[in-house]
Design a protein around this ligand. Structure first.
Ligand code: IVH
Length: 706
């Protein structure tokens, strides 16, 4: 029966029937809960049905109903927007800062695609608008949903707000049945000035810059406030589509313009990196008179078939790059140096500055990186800033580029007061008093207190609840700090005991200052919801040094479920064994990361804390929707010899997308060798081991359609 079938296995007809069934049950449950105040389903059952609905809609976006319960505000947290899973992830762009980065970008793409230097490879170049991105979903020409980027996978449903923006058509004609238009919401300079004057006249807060004003205006729960704000929109990209828009980026943009969207008039087609740089210079020159904020120029491969071949890294496309404008600078007084202790114990010096405006934002603190940086040395001992050290009381230059954390870049010795002293970096943790040690080769001094250090414990908890980790609604950095200070939450597992301990009795959450019946109930519900967690999120949330979001995904994908992962990490304690080798063979996992992972999981206190946590959770194994129909999922493939229809990098990326593991050498574990002309010892070894060998055409035929 379709109702029990895993989403990956559903046919289109089954999916349609299942969506209708789920919509019916969820709709009835909503009415019972909201209108009749008499719930018919437990929260867990309701959530499971809703997750299934969203999962099916994610796999068959065109089957999604315009009135799907997944978009309904009724099910949203009372104080926020409903969440929207993006049918196609909303990614960010990698950055370039100078001409060399741009020639590197062009060469990287040529290498990947195998396009020789003498062949033309056109790009588009257009301003990078400094606003916030928005995805507009049109079905049958009608605007049915608008969603913010959020974390790229899940955004906020701001449909009612988007409908109030003049640049956003609510109906379009001639478009594909399904079209998601993406672009930037922004506010012009004159509109921003007027808005701030009005704000001031009304005794309301001024906005720091047009981007904040645009974001604050779009994200209003009351759309009539958004309507009163002068927002604009430029279209520059697209998400899910039922039919291709065009064959080129430029063609697609032209078509969006024909459909009635505002597109940026400074978009140009360029033939070479030199051409891109020339257009960059033109845009930079006109920056001050454009009337809206831009923070760089975006370059995109023009040919959409090539974009498709280039594909994506974990969070950015390979076929585009943002060439940022130089950072902005300002001078101010360094009032003090504070030391912050991070989640992995790192002691980070922070400059407390006399407030100064840098690029439209008031800055009062900035990073000083580490003790060498303050002393005027780099991590290898070579002089930086001509060897000038930085002291309390100094006149310092602050640098800020886009979203990057501001940093102290330089110091003016001619303005140094006579009574300053060289800064002495602490060798004890300012939070727990433990020794702060600097290991050879490490630029950073670290507190050795581990979990006994309150700063490390709190930072670990903040990381645990952060957006890319457990992302618990209502439990942010501030709440974690308070709960930790009062001893309510000392380690992650305590979060899941919160309701049992503080849900009733003399010390109840609802009686705490700042909490009430409803907010306490909401928090417990939000925590309960996150007992079910995906393996990649769980691994990332552990906050292990060097193990970031992308690595957590690769590791989770490789091992599939918690028990397999955990057993492999125990096995990998032996660095000469197969488990260790398997771990460092995972793409993106090196020996340093592997060492950190294995050692952390082997530490007694960490181990106890993680074991307690895991008991409280329902860990979802990794599902591999992309590889469900893949004939090479889980297989180990080796490429050798010359490939003629694609480059090695492209072949590897494509195989990995299909769930294969690509290894560099042939062994008994190899399932398949793809051998082009000139294959030598690897082909012989494969033949000796009786491993299946295909030529390039055979390989392409095998994966065709997958
Ligand atoms: S293309 C797959 N083009 O910059 C990536 N992005 O730093 C599609 N942005 O999240 C993005 N102007 O919000 C693109 N002309 C432009 C843009 C632009 C501004 C924003 C966008 C994106 C961010 C990445």
């Amino acid at each position: 029966m379709a109702s029990d079938k895993p989403i990956e296995g559903l046919t289109e007809a089954e999916a349609e029937a299942e969506l209708a069934r789920l919509t019916g049950i969820i709709g009835a449950a909503n009415t019972a809960y909201h209108a009749a105040d008499d719930p018919t389903l437990s929260d867990a059952d309701y959530d499971a049905l809703k997750r299934r609905l969203i999962g099916i809609e994610g796999r068959f976006p065109h089957l999604k109903h315009t009135d799907s319960p997944s978009d309904q505000v009724g099910a949203a947290p009372a104080d926020g927007f409903a969440k929207v899973e993006h049918a196609v992830a909303m990614l960010s762009l990698s950055n370039a800062f100078d001409a060399e980065d741009i020639t590197d970008f062009d060469q990287r793409i040529r290498r990947y695609l195998g396009v020789p230097a003498e062949e033309p490879l056109p790009y588009t170049a257009e301003p990078k608008i400094d606003g916030l991105s928005l995805s507009l979903r049109y079905e049958g020409g009608a605007l049915v949903q608008a969603a913010t980027r959020g974390d790229g996978t899940t955004g906020e449903n701001v449909t009612a707000n988007a409908r109030t923006i003049d640049d956003i058509p609510t109906r379009i004609t001639g478009a594909p049945q399904l079209l998601e238009v993406r672009g930037e919401v922004y506010m012009s300079h004159p509109d921003f000035e007027t808005l701030n004057e009005t704000q001031e006249a009304n005794g309301a807060k001024r906005f720091a810059n047009p981007r904040n004003a645009a974001a604050g205006s779009l994200r209003q729960l009351d759309a009539s406030i958004t309507r009163a704000r002068p927002l604009r929109f430029f279209a520059y990209a697209w998400g899910a589509l039922s039919d291709p828009l065009a064959q080129t980026q430029m063609g697609a943009i032209d078509w969006l313009a024909e459909l009635g969207f505002a597109t940026n008039p400074l978009t140009r087609l360029c033939d070479s990196p030199a051409d891109l740089l020339a257009h960059y210079a033109r845009i930079e020159e006109s920056r001050a008179t454009l009337g809206y904020d831009i923070d760089g120029v975006v370059y995109k491969v023009n040919d959409l078939a090539l974009q498709e071949r280039l594909g994506f890294r974990s969070t950015t496309p390979r076929w585009a790059i943002a060439h940022k404008f130089p950072a902005e600078l300002a001078w101010t007084r360094l009032e003090d140096i504070d030391i912050q202790v991070g989640r992995t114990g790192a002691l980070s010096p922070v400059a407390r500055l006399h407030p100064v405006t840098v690029g439209g934002v008031v800055v009062s603190s900035a990073t000083l990186h580490n003790e060498d940086y303050i002393a005027g040395r780099d991590s290898k001992g070579a002089e930086i800033r001509g060897g000038k050290d930085i002291r309390k009381g100094d006149w310092v230059q602050v640098y800020r580029a886009g979203d990057v954390i501001p940093k102290v870049a330089d110091v003016d010795l001619s303005k140094r007061p006579s009574d300053t002293e060289e800064y002495v970096f602490p060798d004890r943790c300012p939070q727990c008093g433990s020794e702060a040690r600097r290991e050879p080769g490490d630029a950073v001094r670290r507190c050795t207190g581990g979990l006994i250090c309150p700063a490390q414990a709190v930072e670990k908890l903040k990381h645990f609840v952060s957006r890319a980790a457990f992302d618990i609604e209502g439990l942010g950095a501030k709440q974690v700090e308070q709960f930790h200070a009062d001893g309510w939450i000392r380690e992650p597992a305590d979060i899941f005991d919160l309701e049992a301990t503080y849900g009733s009795g003399p010390r109840q959450l609802k009686n705490r200052e700042g909490w009430g019946e409803k907010s306490a109930k909401n928090l417990f519900a939000a925590i309960a919801e996150k007992r079910r967690i995906s393996l990649p999120r769980l691994i990332f949330s552990l906050g292990i040094r060097h193990v970031g979001e992308a690595a957590s995904k690769s590791i989770a994908l490789h091992y599939g479920d918690w028990d397999t992962f955990d057993a492999a990490m125990r096995g990998a304690r032996d660095e000469t064994g197969a488990d260790w080798q398997e771990l460092i063979d995972i793409d993106g996992v090196g020996a340093v990361m592997a060492g950190s992972l294995v050692q952390t999981l082997a530490q007694e206190a960490e181990r106890a804390s993680i074991d307690r946590l895991v008991k409280a959770l329902d860990i979802l194994p990794v599902s591999r929707p992309d590889t469900a129909s893949s004939p090479v999922a889980g297989k180990t493939v080796v490429f050798t010899g010359t490939l003629e229809r694609m480059t090695r990098a492209e072949a590897k990326a494509r195989a990995e997308r299909l769930g294969a593991k690509v290894a560099g050498s042939v062994s008994a574990k190899t399932d398949l060798l793809v051998a082009g002309p000139g294959a030598g010892s690897k082909a012989r070894k494969a033949a000796d081991l009786g491993i299946e060998t295909l030529d390039e055409d055979g390989w392409l035929a095998l994966i065709d359609g997958a």
